[in-house]
Write a protein that binds this ligand. Structure first.
Ligand code: GLU
Length: 467
């Protein structure tokens, strides 16, 4: 049997990490089994769905590389089909019109609460044979006997008695179908046979199964993925910080690092922490997904990001870095090759934002010197040291980092100064700060023109201070 999974977000906000993890699990499962992965936009809630959010979801999926084989399908394009199914259920006697008013339902609820019963629809209109009318909703006639058994691939066997379930509304008074109906019609029509979704839907599953049975459809297998919690134990939300996938891009994460983090959130394979996407596909098993919720840990994600920045192909990192350069208004053509910058900066950059920010001086002149760095390194006499270096550097026919480093060492010896007294003023002069890659690398990346001009600027700055 060929496997088909899907991701079915409601476009009512950005793509958040919880949704992305569900999408990843579904995608991995399809890829592992040579199956298909469907993207379906569940946009029937016309008030809350926005085009902006659809775009954010598509953008997030693309950035993560979770390519879909079918879709995106939009539920709003399928209203005729839902109507047809609702008609079929009515004709079969598996659905009925309900005229209970809001007030009646509210009174029913209050009464049940007062009796300490679970609030549920009491079936008043079930056998009333109402015709279609204004304000009438349509309910599914849930079986009253027997039970629904779900052999959940993550949670194990779940048994729910039909006595626990009431008659669900499948169409609102305005005729629009509800989520519980559209989702199962789509899964059925699209041939989705593995429904991998958040366990916040677990209460809907037995109801959806009953409707599928009434339609004579084959049942999909279900896998309900546990929630993600914030560090305080509450369900992960905005107040815990970034939760939107694109925010992680903006904050300088590599998509592979986020994928790696998400796959490990509730899934494990021995003690292994780092998984390439190919390894994830090979090793992922629903059986190994934790039954209980997992806690989001930003520190660990940051650590993973650093690992990916250090160990990925520098050309790949450079590709993502160039986006951040653009965001910071840096033109990558006005300085060294980005690949070389990646190689020089990756050890000390946990995010690409850090890398881009700390590489700005390779491309643009900086404004003021870092105050502390200038105070410490631009003391009296530093201008003379820089002048000696400047003369030597200017006389070099080739601009070679190693050779320039040699000249720094020579100068320290010649002037009988510690290396720090020579290299540090030079570093501050060319970068504006006291931290940069090793001096040979820094000077090579910066090139002759920028280096010499900045040394001159520093010499004048120190002289001016004296005067
Ligand atoms: N559209 C639903 C949601 O965003 C998901 C439905 C499902 O996965 O079955 O929560």
């Amino acid at each position: 049997m060929s496997i088909k999974t899907r991701f079915a977000p409601s476009p009512t906000g950005y793509l958040h990490v919880g949704g992305a993890r569900t999408a990843l699990f579904s995608w991995l499962y399809a890829r592992k089994h040579g199956g298909k992965f469907v993207l379906r936009i569940e946009d029937t809630d016309l008030e809350r769905s926005t085009q902006e959010s659809v775009n954010a979801i598509l953008e997030g999926m693309t950035w993560l590389g979770l390519e879909y084989d079918e879709g995106p399908f939009y539920q709003t394009h399928r209203f005729d089909r839902y109507k047809e199914i609702i008609r079929q259920l009515l004709d079969q006697g598996d659905a009925y019109y309900c005229r209970c008013s809001k007030e009646e339902l509210e009174a029913m609820r209050e009464q049940q609460m007062a009796n300490k019963e679970k609030p549920r629809y009491n079936g008043k209109c079930r056998d009333a044979n109402h015709e279609e009318s204004e304000n009438a909703v349509i309910r599914f006639r849930n079986p009253t006997d027997g039970e629904v058994v779900i052999d959940d691939l993550i949670k194990g066997r779940i048994v729910v008695s039909n006595k626990e379930l009431d008659d669900l509304i499948i169409a609102r008074a305005d005729g629009t179908p509800t989520y519980n109906l559209t989702v199962l019609v789509d899964d059925m029509d699209m041939g989705v046979n593995y429904v991998i979704r958040g366990d916040d839907h677990i209460n809907n599953t037995p109801r959806q199964i009953n409707i599928l049975k009434a339609l004579g459809a084959e049942l999909p297998r279900y896998a309900h993925v546990p929630m993600i919690l914030g560090p305080d134990g509450a369900r992960l939300s905005k107040r815990h910080g970034a939760v939107s996938v694109m925010q992680y891009r903006n904050d300088g994460y590599l998509p592979e690092a986020l994928l790696n983090y998400l796959v490990r959130l509730g899934w494990s394979h021995g003690n292994q922490e780092i998984f390439s996407v190919d390894e994830m596909i090979e090793l992922f098993e629903l059986d190994d997904v934790n039954v209980s919720a997992s806690t989001f840990n930003n520190e660990k994600l940051l650590w993973l990001n650093h690992q990916y920045i250090m160990n990925s192909d520098p050309a790949h990192v450079a590709h993502h870095l160039s986006w951040h350069m653009g965001e910071l208004g840096i033109d990558p053509t006005q300085g060294p090759e980005l690949i070389d910058v990646v190689k020089a900066q990756r050890e000390r950059s946990k995010t690409l934002v850090e890398m881009a920010t700390s590489s700005r001086y390779f491309y643009q002149d900086f404004g003021d010197y870092d105050e502390k760095a200038a105070k410490k390194n631009f003391k009296q006499g530093a201008d003379e040291v820089l002048q000696v270096l400047l003369d030597k550097f200017s006389a070099e026919p080739e601009w070679d980092g190693e050779r320039l480093h040699q000249l720094v060492l020579e100068t320290a010896e010649q002037l009988e100064l510690g290396l720090g007294k020579v290299a540090q003023p030079l570093r501050v002069a060319v970068s504006g700060t006291a931290v940069s890659p090793p001096i040979d690398v820094t000077l090579a990346l910066l090139g002759r023109k920028k280096t010499l001009a900045r040394m001159e600027r520093a010499i004048n700055f120190i002289k001016d201070k004296k005067g």
